[in-house]
Design a binder for this molecule. Structure first.
Ligand SMILES: NC(=O)c1ccc[n+]([C@@H]2O[C@H](COP(=O)([O-])OP(=O)(O)OC[C@H]3O[C@@H](n4cnc5c(N)ncnc54)[C@H](O)[C@@H]3O)[C@@H](O)[C@H]2O)c1
Length: 277
């Protein structure tokens, strides 16, 4: 069975925007969701090439409110990926991940977009310990300026859901890779096929208010569960257990193994690990 095979959409008339479409996650979704929806609009500041059949393409900067208003016009569901995707000095986070994220939600509201799927991250909950299983009630615990920006996006999403009635899903993506790259990713790995099926599930779900599902394939040593998310039935088919006997490197030190965020936690770390409960 092809890795990205998914059930047909219940509402093919849905009009979908994909920001960050030129990136790693975006390219997998661009391919995997191709031909599925009435409108499929790619947006990025990087070159997206020519529009493929059934696509629209728009190049611009998420920090530009006028562009955000243009790309969210006549859209039902915005999948928002465009961001600085790892830790960086504050100015590199502030523009795309704070200002840009605000622009996208506000433009979506102004244009009557029904649903926003925000690419959040495991680094929004990175300072939780790996010997517990997180669920939707677990508080955010950012492990970096990057993780903090994802907590901002989640709080923004919650406010837009509560105040303005947008349906918002913040998908806390683990590690989207072709295969797990280290032993930590036996818990965090999200296969490309499961990424496509999870995002399709969120676009196609009948209704939700505000949810924060974790984005990973199956694992017998999970950091988290989606068992308490009943609004969406995720079609997850892959498992990191297939790689459990592979020769994967462990994280370099005890501290990075202790917390969900791994080396994002240990970078710049000057705290007291024993006080992090
Ligand atoms: N890859 C993962 O495993 C993973 C894990 C957790 C969260 N995420 C999140 O998923 C999203 C995509 O990540 P990725 O790994 O594909 O990263 P990526 O860097 O490959 O893609 C990000 C895209 O956003 C675009 N972008 C950045 N700044 C922009 C701006 N100012 N205006 C318009 N476009 C801009 C880039 O050009 C790029 O194409 C990010 O929000 C990231 O934080 C990814």
């Amino acid at each position: 069975m092809p890795p990205h095979e998914i059930a047909p959409p219940p509402r093919p008339e849905t009009r979908v925007l994909l920001t960050g479409a030129a990136g790693g996650v975006g390219s997998v979704l661009r391919d995997g969701l191709a031909g599925r929806y009435a409108t499929f609009r790619m947006a990025d500041r990087a070159d997206l090439g020519l529009a493929r059949p059934g696509e629209e393409v728009s190049v611009g900067d998420i920090r530009d409110m006028a562009w955000c208003e243009a790309i969210t016009r006549d859209i039902d569901c915005a999948v928002h990926l465009a961001a600085q995707p790892v830790e960086a000095p504050w100015p590199g986070i502030l523009g795309p991940n704070i200002e840009g994220c605000y622009n996208l939600f506000e433009a979506a509201r102004l244009n009557g977009v029904r649903r926003v799927i925000f690419a959040s991250s495991n680094h929004a909950v990175g300072f939780h310990r790996t010997d517990r299983v997180l669920d939707r009630t677990s508080p955010t615990r950012p492990d970096s300026r990057y993780g903090l920006s994802k907590v901002f996006g989640e709080a923004l999403g919650r406010m837009y859901a509560d105040k303005y009635g947008l349906e918002v899903a913040c998908l806390r993506i683990g590690s989207m890779q072709p295969t797990p790259q280290d032993r930590r990713q036996l818990a965090t790995w999200l296969s490309p096929g499961d990424l496509v099926r999870m995002v399709a599930g969120l676009i196609d779900a009948e209704r939700f208010h505000f949810i924060t599902p974790y984005g990973s394939s199956h694992s017998s040593t999970p950091f988290w569960t989606n068992d308490d998310i009943h609004e969406v039935a995720f079609d997850i088919r892959d498992s990191s257990d297939a790689y459990r006997d592979a020769d994967l490197p462990a994280l370099p030190d005890d501290l990075s193994r202790r917390f969900v965020g791994g080396t994002f936690c240990t970078a710049e770390f000057t705290g007291d690990p024993d006080r992090i409960d």
